[in-house]
Design a protein around this ligand. Structure first.
Ligand SMILES: [Zn+2]
Ligand SMILES: [Zn+2]
Length: 705
């Protein structure tokens, strides 16, 4: 008989051990899968185990002869159960994949089995056990597969364009929208070492690399590297760094927009308040209008950027103040043109409604659209420049990478004069570098600046830099060419200074020209901006000076949602200020070489509905820098290790029919050079243990909204 240590491939409540022990009479653990005749198992083998009343799959990560653990088994207050059956004697995960899954379980405070599951071969992969002489760890030098390179891209479209421009014959593509067949082929090619360049989005980090020597992260500041929209909320950049450490591979970042030298492109910042005063109510300032007109006359190209899709941000009744909102979300419905009919669309849940002609509340006809999106910009541009050929690039006009690529290719081939684009454009910066737009217009910097998040300044800066880089290839403006005799339409009153009139450039329109981010932009002072941004973050304890964990609770009942959130916030506050005297317990999956709690106990121990009735056993470690006997987790200031926000309704207080509440925790990082290590995570997790199962835990959230 043997004792096997197994990671169940399932979500297990975080108050319980994540590695479980089982008996197995059939097999012992061997070094090589070649001994399969004797039913020898390897680390990484796949089994079926009983888990409570369920049956789950599990991965073997260790084994001992039962004779060595007799005392331990006798003194345990639970019974051990048998493994149901062995599904695969040979490993389905490599040792590195197991190590990674265990680390990620600890880092993201979720079951390592969830990550192990993500590393499994896709369904029905034929022959997922290649000959070990070719791909296994014991392979000889002459049979060794060639070096592998992983290129991580933030978006699927970016992956496609990198794949198509890849010169290597042995390149493969990986992302969530591949067919099952394509996934199988890629997975296998990576596993047997046939694939040399692997280009993929975030989940590519879970592929079974055989000889990964290099990882390249494209556009590293792009938030899409994080799984912000799906559980588990992992960050592929962090995983890539861990992977590089485990596999001893090199990691580099390629940042196309930052790498470009921004040649003499001083942006023109246009005060839209002045335009209003001058009677210009259009989306174009006079300066931008004239620059566009002049570029068109000179047969040159223009890019107009707006970071919202649709026609308008929302519709508002001027008489009673009614705003059309989504039935499921507390968000205004955006005004769109769907199949050339005006309609209302919720950007959060996709609900569509017919656009009302009169106010549903007071029947007034004065129901008006507010703000503009890419469709509105297109319509307005057509109005002002009826002869210009216009292309629009957003997720409505081009939902698929192929469609987007076509639009970009057409623009580069000068089949159009004006490209109106949303953020989608940033997936195609490399392709666009072949274009030479004379004018770039950021129609509203305010929609970037006004996102209430500590990263909005940084993101605005990055967006502007990326747009600025597009202007890099433009022909130099012809000096002396000014007003070229076209007529300014009646809707535009000339009031802006004539400095840039008629000359190409990079135009930023804003109602807040004195914003500090724009100040640095104006001076092209990236270092200055970073310095100020870092000082602010340090003062307010934001990353990188802390690690943020966002706790989210959703419920259909408004009262229940708020109440639950307030109760947990109060509970956490008490735990932080009155830690129990016992020493910290390590995270469950950190226990090694000990008998794991048997799964029978699992069902009786599971804590349903939260911490009520659960005895908070472990206390908190007294931080070494703290005074002896005094906890360092307190809520009352910035100098302490943990900072806890009160329970707060989310920025979008109701989403998809549920009320949303957040609690933000900042765990201060005392020594930036040490980064986030094991001790930090244990300390942090000892608090997170008290968060009930029905809460969502997001480590390093992309926003705090
Ligand atoms: Zn009304
Ligand atoms: Zn909605």
């Amino acid at each position: 008989m043997y004792l096997l240590d197994i990671i169940p491939l399932a979500k297990i409540p975080h108050t319980l051990p994540q590695i479980l022990s089982y008996f197995s009479g059939q097999a012992k653990l061997g070094q090589s899968p070649a001994q399969r005749g004797n039913q020898t198992l390897s680390i990484g083998a796949l089994v079926q185990i009983p888990l409570g009343r369920r049956k789950e799959k599990g991965i073997i990560i260790g084994a001992r002869d039962i004779a060595d653990s007799k005392m331990e088994i006798k003194s345990a207050n639970f019974e051990l159960r048998n493994v149901n059956k062995i599904i695969s004697l040979e490993p389905v995960l490599t040792k590195q994949q197991i190590e990674l899954a265990l680390f990620l379980g600890q880092y993201y405070f979720c079951s390592p089995g969830i990550f192990a599951k993500m590393s499994l071969p896709p369904k029905n992969t034929p022959a997922c056990h290649p000959d070990p002489a070719v791909a296994g760890e014991g392979s000889r030098a002459n049979a060794r597969p060639k070096f592998q390179t992983l290129i991580l891209t933030p978006t699927i479209s970016r992956a496609h364009s990198s794949y198509e421009s890849s010169s290597s014959d042995n390149s493969v593509l990986w992302h969530s929208e591949l067919t099952q067949k394509q996934k199988n082929a890629t997975w296998l090619a990576v596993k047997i070492g046939q694939a040399q360049t692997i280009i993929g989005t975030r989940s590519a980090v879970f592929l079974p690399f055989t000889n990964l020597k290099k990882i390249i992260i494209e556009d590293k500041t792009n938030p899409n590297h994080k799984s912000w929209d799906m559980f588990p909320h992992y960050d592929s950049r962090l995983i890539a760094q861990k992977l590089a450490k485990i596999l001893k591979s090199k990691i580099t970042f390629s940042d196309k927009s930052h790498a470009l030298r921004l040649r003499e492109i001083i942006p023109v910042i246009i005060d839209m308040r002045e335009e209003l005063k001058g009677g210009n109510f259009s989306i174009f300032s006079v300066d931008l209008y004239e620059a566009v007109k002049n570029a068109l006359t000179a047969n040159q190209q223009i890019i107009l950027f707006i970071n919202r899709r649709g026609l308008a941000n929302f519709i508002l009744c001027r008489d009673c103040g009614y705003v059309a909102k989504c039935q499921n979300c507390d968000a205004p419905l955006a005004h769109h043109l769907i199949n050339s009919r005006p309609a209302l669309l919720c950007h959060h849940c996709g609900t569509k409604e017919i656009s009302p002609k009169t106010c549903p509340k007071c029947k007034s006809w004065r129901i008006k659209t507010v703000g503009s999106g890419s469709q509105k910009v297109e319509a307005e541009t057509k109005k002002f420049f009826p002869d210009a050929k216009i292309l629009r690039l957003d997720s409505d006009s081009a939902p698929k990478p192929k469609d987007q690529q076509k639009i970009i290719a057409d623009f580069v081939a000068k089949k159009a004069d004006i490209l109106i684009a949303t953020q989608t454009i940033f997936s195609w910066l490399a392709e666009l570098s072949a274009a030479k737009p004379q004018v770039i217009g950021l129609l509203s910097a305010d929609t970037l600046l006004h996102i209430p998040d500590f990263r909005s300044g940084e993101r605005t800066f990055q967006t502007i830099r990326a747009l600025q880089s597009l202007r890099n290839n433009a022909p130099r403006p012809i000096k002396g060419v000014r007003h070229s005799g076209f007529k300014v339409p009646d809707t535009l009153t000339v009031s802006a200074p004539l400095t840039q009139r008629g000359v190409g450039g990079f135009f930023i329109q804003t109602y807040n020209p004195n914003n500090s981010v724009l100040k640095y932009i104006r001076n092209n002072d990236y270092e200055g901006f970073i310095k100020e941004d870092m000082a602010t973050r340090q003062a307010l304890n934001y990353p990188p000076f802390s690690q943020i964990v966002k706790l989210t609770f959703r419920h259909r009942d408004a009262n229940k949602a708020g109440q639950e959130a307030k109760i947990l916030a109060e509970k956490l506050k008490n735990i932080i200020s009155n830690p129990s005297p016992q020493s910290i317990i390590p995270a469950p999956h950190q226990v090694r070489g000990k008998l794991r709690r048997e799964s029978e106990t699992y069902s009786s121990l599971s804590v349903r509905g939260g911490w009520e009735g659960f005895n908070p056993g472990p206390g908190f470690r007294v931080h070494r820098s703290g005074r002896p006997g005094k906890p360092d987790m307190t809520t009352d200031g910035h100098t302490n290790t943990v900072e806890l926000s009160p329970a707060l309704p989310a920025f979008l207080p109701r989403e998809k029919g549920k009320f949303v509440w957040n609690i933000i925790i900042k765990f201060k990082i005392e020594n930036l050079k040490l980064k986030i290590g094991n001790e930090f995570l244990q300390h942090r997790n000892s608090l997170l243990q008290y968060v009930p199962q029905n809460w969502e835990i997001d480590v390093d959230p992309e926003n705090l909204l």
